[in-house]
Structure formats: structure tokens, C-alpha cells
Design a protein around this ligand. Structure first.
Ligand code: SAM
Length: 453
């Protein structure tokens, strides 16, 4: 019987002790910030490309086999698979992030065409920029929402708009267009005068390091270094990488039946959103606004936020029936359902007395309703005798500990997986311990390994 007071020792302890070498082999997210192609967009990936390679080696995934990442993000799993000549599938529900992954998977970019574009840009830049400024009716406010205006000095934003306009007007082939799209995207956070590092965009905070960065010069340098990255990754890749097949799905991994048949992949490596109130649509507002994917908060909600699985309170409308725990979970996994419902009930009580009145209660329900569907799909598409690895952290909203890693393991087993184990990557949140507003629960990041018979 599960009780609130017993939350930390909820399920039988199936955790393997932390082995120093195991932890090292999984690497850290920082590896990807330095690695060619992976570094093109510093999205919070959840894991290092080294972790993906390690997983393939450890579970015997080789050329001719295929791997699936149901939360593809910017494509770390797929880029790594391609470099090893392994087939891959990825699903991503965020429209802008999906475009980034697509571009990172296009390695046969025509360098001559890119150089021709860079020349064209440099020849025309000054006159296009002067045209904008000379136009009495021109105002940056007509082009960008306030957040974007606040993140740049006027001159820099004028130059960024000039780059965008020249890009929009140029006749590209698709590959080259996608490549330049990522170059321009990478430039956005690089030359912003506001603190635009991940995860938060803080327009009021000054970032001194970008003071002298000129949009055009930085664009030129980035484009060339990214072309070099392509040369490098292809040189390092398995010589048959070009024959590998990759399918990137724009859609929710809660249902991939239209794209993936039963028992069609050999391995799953993924990092789902953590249950930690991180709103992926909000964190990418700068890019969404710059490119015109969205113009305001409502747009972001309609076009992005509502497509993603629940992991943030900003996604929740309290009257929506989707925040009742699914009957299927109650029937098939009663113990887990009871635990989730108990935690939600407790959070619902705490909400009444805590500042911010956050809907953590419904966030927890929504999260597990969604992740349950994803795990079911993962089970369906995996071939027999294979594994699915989920990299994620647990959390403690309002101090109520939710052992997301174990719950995912237990859900997996109730769906049909033969067993699960956990490998702890790191302890998290210690720096908050001195803060009296924070809970004292010690959190961790781990890898849940689900095994299918
Ligand atoms: C931790 S990130 C994964 C990052 C990824 N490992 C990478 O290399 O960039 C989780 C991702 O899941 C995506 N996501 C959220 N809900 C989704 C859903 N229902 N289907 C597919 N992707 C979703 C988010 O947009 C986010 O990009």
C-alpha cells in the first residue's frame, strides 16, 4: 500500500549502485555543446551524443538496425545514429525544433551554393540595410513582438532583419535553405545584448559578451564554421553513413501508428520532458517570434504549447477533462494510478496555501496520462529482445517527491516490458539546499532501462 509519507521508498529498490565508469561512459550534456553539428543549436538535450553512442555499443546496435527517439528535440540521437551508419526515426511535436533537427540531419549541403549565397549577402547587405533605415514608414515594431525588440540594440536588430529579408528573398534549394535557417537561428542568441542563454530569456539582464558582435561578421563566421562541421562529421562518420535511412516525424509520440509499424525498431534512446515545469514553447519564444512561427502568447499556445505533452503548468486549463487520470492507467496499473492520484491530491491541497497557486496537481496527472501513451507506443514498435532507455530527472513540486524514473519503469512493466533497471547519472539540486523556500528532497537524474522480451 502506498502512502504519502512513504513516497521516497515507493517501489521495491531496483536501483543499481552508481558505478563511476558507467557514469563516465554516459558523458554529460556539455560534450554536445562542443561537438560539430551537435553544437549548432544549444537546446537542452537531456544527454550527450556520447551517451547515445555508448548505448548503441552496449546494446549491440549496429549498421542495418534502426533506433527511435520519441522526443527527438534537436536530434542528438538521430545525428549520432547517422554518424554510425545506423537507421533512425525521431518524433518531435515542436514545429521549430523539428526544423532544427531536420537541418542537422542534412549533410549533403552544396558548399558552392552556400558560398554563393554568402557572397550575394555581403554584396547586397549594406544597400538593403540602408533601404530599411531610409524608409520613413519603417519601424522594427511592425516586424517583431516586444520580446525580440527588448533582446537587441536597435542597430543589431535592424541588421538581423536585413539578413532575414535577404534570406527570405533568395532562391535556394531546400537543403541549403535549411542550412542557412540554422545559421541565422544560431546567431540569434549569440549576438543578443540580453541574457538569452538557456533556459531563461531575460530581456532585462545585460549580456556584456555580445557588445561588439556585428550581425554580418558573425553570420559569415558561423556559416563557414558550420560548413566545416559538415566536412568534419562526414570524415569521422562510418563510411557507409550515406546509405543509412532516417525518418523524422513532425507529430506527437503519444500516437505514431501512422508512421511506425509494430516491432519495427531495434532500440529506443530518448529524454522526455522532465516533470519540472519547463515549458519548451516558452523557452523558444525568441526563435518562434523572430521567424514568425508565432506573434504572441496565444499563438504560441495554439501552435506549439498545446501540441506538446504536459510538463508545465502554463499548459494547463483547470477545467479541461484531459487532466483526469486515464481509466486505462487505473485499470492496467492500479498501484501506479493510486500513487499518482495521491500525489495529485496532496498537491491540490498544497496549492491552496502555497504562493503562485501552481497547478502542479493537474500537471502531474497530465504528464503521466501522456507518458503512459508514449511508453505504450514504444513497447509496440520495439522488436522483441530489445531495450528502451529514458534519460530523465525526478522532481518535487511543492516538496512532494515524484520519482518519475521509477514510475516510468513501473509503467513499462505494467504495459508488458519484462523488467527495468535504473542507473543514476547525477544528483541534482544541491545548490538550492541553502534556500529556505526550496524543499529538502534530494533529486537525481537517471537512465531508466526497459527490457522487452
Ligand atoms: C528533453 S527534450 C529532448 C531533447 C533531445 N534529446 C535533443 O537532442 O535535443 C524533450 C523534447 O520533447 C518534445 N516533446 C514534448 N512533447 C512531445 C510529444 N508529445 N511528442 C514528441 N515530442 C514532444 C519537446 O518539444 C522537446 O523538444
Amino acid at each position: 500500500m502506498i502512502t504519502h509519507s512513504d513516497q521516497l521508498s515507493l517501489f521495491a529498490d531496483k536501483t543499481s549502485p552508481i558505478q563511476e565508469d558507467t557514469v563516465k561512459s554516459w558523458g554529460t550534456f556539455k560534450d554536445s555543446l562542443r561537438a560539430p553539428v551537435h553544437r549548432w543549436f544549444t537546446y537542452p538535450a537531456g544527454f550527450s551524443y556520447k551517451a547515445v553512442a555508448h548505448s548503441f555499443e552496449r546494446f549491440g546496435i549496429v549498421k542495418g538496425m534502426s533506433v527511435y527517439d520519441p522526443f527527438m528535440g534537436s536530434g542528438t540521437t538521430n545525428v549520432t545514429a547517422k554518424a554510425m551508419g545506423i537507421d533512425s526515426v525521431g518524433a518531435e511535436a515542436h514545429p521549430f525544433v523539428y526544423e532544427i533537427a531536420k537541418a542537422k540531419m542534412e549533410w549533403e549541403v552544396d558548399k558552392k551554393a552556400i558560398r554563393a549565397f554568402i557572397d550575394h549577402l555581403n554584396i547586397n547587405f549594406e544597400s538593403r540595410y540602408n533601404d530599411l533605415n531610409g524608409d520613413a514608414d519603417f519601424s522594427l515594431c511592425d516586424h517583431f513582438p516586444e520580446l525580440v525588440l527588448k533582446c537587441y540594440k536597435k542597430e543589431t536588430l535592424g541588421k538581423l532583419l536585413t539578413l532575414k529579408k535577404i534570406y527570405d528573398d533568395y532562391e535556394f534549394h531546400q537543403r541549403e535553405s535549411m542550412f542557412i535557417f540554422v545559421v541565422l537561428t544560431a546567431l540569434l542568441r549569440e549576438i543578443s545584448s540580453a541574457a538569452t542563454g538557456w533556459p531563461y530569456i531575460a530581456p532585462k539582464k545585460e549580456k556584456i559578451t555580445s557588445e561588439d558582435k556585428d550581425a554580418l561578421l558573425e553570420f559569415n563566421a558561423l556559416a563557414i564554421s558550420m560548413l566545416d562541421d559538415l566536412t568534419y562529421i562526414k570524415r569521422q562518420a562510418d563510411e557507409e553513413y550515406i546509405k543509412s535511412k532516417h525518418r523524422l516525424i513532425f507529430g506527437s509520440s503519444t500516437d505514431v501508428s501512422a508512421y511506425l509499424s509494430n516491432e519495427s525498431v531495434n532500440h529506443v534512446f530518448t529524454s522526455p520532458p522532465y516533470l519540472n515545469n519547463f515549458d519548451y514553447s516558452d523557452r523558444t519564444r525568441l526563435e518562434l517570434y523572430f521567424w514568425g512561427f508565432a506573434k504572441n502568447w496565444k499563438d504560441i499556445t495554439d501552435k506549439v504549447r498545446s501540441r506538446l505533452m504536459t510538463s508545465a503548468t502554463t499548459q494547463i486549463s483547470r477545467n479541461d477533462p484531459k487532466y483526469l487520470l486515464d481509466e486505462e492507467i487505473k485499470t492496467n496499473s492500479p498501484e501506479i494510478a493510486r500513487f499518482i492520484q495521491d500525489a495529485a491530491n496532496k498537491l491540490s491541497e498544497l496549492r491552496k496555501v502555497k504562493g503562485g497557486k501552481k497547478s502542479y496537481d493537474l500537471m502531474v496527472i497530465g504528464y503521466f496520462n501522456d507518458i503512459y501513451k508514449v511508453i505504450k507506443e514504444v513497447y509496440r514498435v520495439l522488436k522483441p529482445d530489445s531495450s528502451a532507455l529514458f534519460v530523465l530527472g525526478d522532481s518535487a513540486p511543492y516538496g512532494v517527491h515524484i520519482p518519475t524514473d521509477r514510475l516510468i519503469g513501473e509503467i513499462g512493466c505494467s504495459i508488458g516490458f519484462k523488467s527495468y533497471s535504473l542507473e543514476i547519472l547525477r544528483k541534482r539540486g544541491d545548490k538550492w539546499k541553502a534556500n529556505p523556500q526550496r524543499h529538502g528532497v534530494s533529486l537525481q537524474e537517471s537512465i531508466v532501462i526497459l527490457k522487452k522480451e
